[in-house]
Design a protein around this ligand. Structure first.
Ligand code: G6P
Ligand code: MG
Length: 222
């Protein structure tokens, strides 16, 4: 029996990972720092301040800005990002996700969101799926970023589910690591996620029946 399913948001439920990428791209350009999809890979699942540090570090400018300036840059990135997500509609839920959510809900399994994004509640509302989740972690209250398991453990606790009987779904390497450290079953969506228990190339291939069967088989052998 699956006690809870915990979703990452950006890059799993909707393609906001792309908007984060575009918004950071604007900041990088303004700072004259080269930015490309491979640098962006390291930003997935990582908090706003930490992402900025990674970008500055990549440009060799890690010690060029004061704390105040860094806060200003992070704020500016968020302004760009917020402008982009104003366009989000229910159409932006990634293929396969609504079907997956519906199948899980049909079995009365509680659903949670474990996103490092402070914009997560806004995004869920814009997609009109906020009511489908019993609990969404408050990113501003997390002390440690993924790959620390804190956020996944917090969501499991709120859903009264045992991590060892729960499933996490992620598109980021650090996210998969966090799920595994929490003792949960990790489903990866995308590339370079070898540490997941099960991976899919993209959301449209996600199948609740196969996820559940693989999870149950693994748990019965444990
Ligand atoms: C998620 C995304 C990251 C983003 C982080 C913080 O983890 O994968 O790319 O940097 O949230 O988001 P925020 O909206 O709070 O800046
Ligand atoms: Mg993600």
């Amino acid at each position: 029996h699956v006690e809870a399913v915990v979703f990452d948001l950006d890059g799993v439920i909707t393609d906001t990972a792309y908007y984060h990428y575009l918004a950071w791209g604007k900041i990088a350009e303004e700072l004259d720092i080269p930015f490309n999809p491979s640098v962006n890979e390291n930003l997935k699942g990582v908090s706003r301040q930490e992402s900025l540090r990674i970008i500055l570090d990549h440009g060799g400018k890690e010690d060029k800005f004061s704390k105040n300036e860094m806060e200003k840059l992070a704020r500016q990135k968020n302004e760009y990002y917020k402008e982009m997500i104003q366009e989000l509609t229910p159409e932006d839920v990634l293929p396969g996700i609504m079907e997956l959510i519906t199948e899980i809900k049909n079995e009365n399994i509680p659903l949670g969101v474990a996103s490092a994004s402070k914009n997560a509640p806004t995004v869920l509302r814009a997609l009109e799926i906020d009511h489908l989740f019993e609990y969404c972690a408050d990113a501003s209250r997390m002390k440690r970023s993924k790959p620390d398991p804190e956020i996944f453990l917090t969501v499991c606790e709120a859903l009264e589910a045992r991590p060892g009987h729960s499933i996490g779904i992620e598109d980021a390497r650090v996210g998969i690591e966090a799920i595994k450290k929490a003792g949960m079953y990790a489903v990866g969506v995308g590339k370079n996620l070898e540490e997941a228990d099960l991976t899919w190339k993209s959301t449209e291939y996600l199948s609740w029946t196969s996820i559940k069967n693989r999870f149950l088989t693994k748990n019965s052998m444990a």
